[in-house]
Design a protein around this ligand. Sequence first.
Ligand code: SF4
Length: 227
Amino acid sequence: ADVAELDARVSVCRACPRLVGWRESVAVSGRRAGFADQPYWGRPGPGFGDARPRLLVVGLAPAANGTNRTGRMFTGDRSGDWLYAALHRAGYASQPTSRHAGDGLELTGARIVAAVRCAPPANKPTPEERRTCGHWLDRELELAAPTARCLLALGAIGWDAALAAARRLGWTVPRPKPRFGHGAESHLITPQGRRLRLLGSYHVSQQNTFTGKLTEEMLDAVLARTR
Ligand code: SF4
């Protein structure tokens, strides 16, 4: 399998009944007023970016009117405005904005995925949904492992998902379990002996960026360490 096949398979997943119902109901009848005339993707968000990434970014889950609308990771919402502007400053993104899937944005050296691929109600996937979607993350880690040097987890859920996927794949994970924090760092070792850095950043969600818990400088500082 390659990333194109993985993206295609993720895009039609229906394994979580609650999330399938929510993503489709938002797409059909729950559109935000400003987007009422737009078609909605209403499906899982496939990964986006370089097929042979040095950096794999692991987010939380699509926003109901963001990825669930545009079909591209972190595209069309304020979290994405923050993330892509920072990825552009760090040299990974060809442009600082990500408005829709046809805007020409390209990532070089980075690929973005999420711990959970379907928009959850109140942005809160259940533990069972996180476990169920984890197997897609396993495949992402396997495909990224030959080229990746670094995993960047956005938020504690992305951090935990990356560690859980690594464990399921039989990678060596430090014990006790590394603690998440902004700027936290750990490392993972694949069975082939490749060592990947795991870095943590506060998530780029509005509750962090609007309140100043996460500043542009803080995000830039972590991204600089992925280089
Ligand atoms: Fe499938 Fe993941 Fe969506 Fe669940 S959250 S339906 S596992 S893509």
